[in-house]
Write a protein that binds this ligand. Structure first.
Ligand code: PMP
Ligand code: GLU
Length: 402
């Protein structure tokens, strides 16, 4: 095979583990294997009918051309209304970026602002893509471990100790992927107090799981908790998770106009606008009836409880109850050092998920990919019967280890 010249930046980047596991699960299913995919992080529901209809209407109305690079004015208006309605944040349309997914909003912000040697603080465990996006943008990820004592969330001391002169950004994600942990108003307040003392640090708040929050908890985002941070915060969100629109690829961010302008410059030379039809669909999602969000929360809370209770029966597996998103992030420390009947030894969380997929047909993602071992991530965005079957297979697998 011809040797491809790979850039120095890309050589520092690993393939996305969440995407790799899902691809592997899909490939095995195509070969006829009975696979349950707990690897992919996306809602199983169809996009609501009124949103699908809006997309069809957009096509029929001829909305099939380029839009303004960083979003349709009508969508920016809808995003402003959303931030005001849900988060008490007042943004003008000139302070809004619309990109192909929240992933691209984050990437555009990092590419627009990071120079070689700039540091980005990322609390671990983290969503797989943050450190690699920082590397791709030429910066240095600074991974800050968290402890179970703080619910695997960053606290003021951890933040303070990670800040240097080179810190450009802090990335926060609540409710979090892979833990489902959610920052309370008080916890954000404590972080905000540290950040107020370090005016050179910008904050990227990834709120993509905002609407998937359980037990009646209220969602807070840092620019709302401390308005004095607003002008150095990018509040990122999107329609992928809440409205079951992962494939439509619409994310958005609210931030100071100067940053938004630089992000548009990146888009103007790379992606151009997010899909025009999907933008019209996103307007229907944000401006239309919001009942779907509450319905999904009820469904996901029930599934969380189902999987959490079932896994308590799996020998060697232990888990904290997540407050949001659709993930469980159990520890598998109790199975390390054990063997299958055929002699196969489980030495790491990666061994655990590899063996689980091979022998039980259950796909999950190893904790190392999220910066914390020995854990594994389960996405429970599947129907109850499938989840029950998946848990039975995990329990069976763990019970047979010696
Ligand atoms: N942030 C987090 C924490 C996520 O889990 C995801 C989903 N992959 C994203 C951002 C990106 O979402 P999307 O690009 O589909 O809007
Ligand atoms: N957010 C999802 C996950 O973590 C989708 C895949 C991705 O973009 O990483 O599995």
């Amino acid at each position: 095979m011809i040797e491809v010249p790979v850039s120095a930046a890309l050589r520092r980047v690993a393939p996305s583990a969440t995407i790799a596991v899902s691809a592997q699960a899909r490939a095995l299913a195509r070969e006829g294997r009975d696979i349950i995919n707990l690897g992919v992080g996306e809602p199983d529901a169809d996009t609501p009918a009124h949103i699908r209809s809006a997309a069809i209407a957009a096509i029929e109305a001829g909305h099939t051309r380029y839009t303004d690079v960083d979003g349709l004015p009508q969508l920016k208006e809808a995003v402003c209304k959303k931030f005001s309605r849900d988060n008490g944040l007042a943004y003008a349309p000139s302070e809004i970026n619309v990109s192909p997914g929240a992933k691209t909003v984050i990437y555009n912000a990092l590419v627009a602002t990071i120079s070689a040697g700039d540091e980005v603080i990322i609390p671990a465990p983290y969503w797989v893509s943050y450190p690699d996006m920082v590397c791709l943008a030429g910066g240095s990820p600074v991974i800050v471990p968290t402890s179970t004592a703080t619910g695997l969330k960053l606290d003021a001391a951890g933040l303070e100790s990670a800040i240097t002169e080179r810190t450009r950004w802090l990335i926060l994600n609540s409710p979090g992927n892979p833990t489902g942990a959610c920052y309370s108003e008080e916890e954000l307040r404590a972080l905000a107090d540290v950040l107020l003392r370090h005016p050179h640090v910008w904050i990227l708040s990834d709120d993509i799981y905002e609407h998937l929050l359980f037990d009646g908890l209220r969602f807070f985002t840092i620019a709302q908790v401390e308005p004095r941070l607003r002008d150095r915060t990018l509040t990122v969100n999107g329609v992928s998770k809440g409205y079951a629109m992962t494939g439509w690829r619409i994310g958005f961010g609210g931030g100071p106009e100067g940053l938004i302008r630089q992000m548009a410059k990146v888009m103007g030379q790379s992606t151009t606008n997010a899909c025009t039809i999907a933008q019209w669909a996103a307007i229907a999602a944000l401006d239309g009836p919001q009942d779907f969000l509450a319905e999904q929360t009820v469904i996901f809370q029930r599934r969380r409880d189902l999987v959490f209770a079932a896994l308590a029966e799996a020998p060697g597996i232990s888990c904290d109850l997540p407050q949001g998103a659709f993930y469980l992030f159990p520890s598998c420390s109790g199975v390390l050092g054990k063997r299958r009947a055929d002699g196969q030894l489980i030495q790491s969380d990666e061994d655990f998920v590899v063996q689980l997929l091979k022998h039980e047909g259950v796909a999950a993602v190893h904790g190392a990919a999220f910066g914390l071992s020995p854990h594994f991530r389960i996405s429970y965005a599947l129907d109850d019967a499938t989840l029950e079957e998946a848990c039975a297979r995990i329990i069976g697998f763990c019970s047979r280890l010696q």
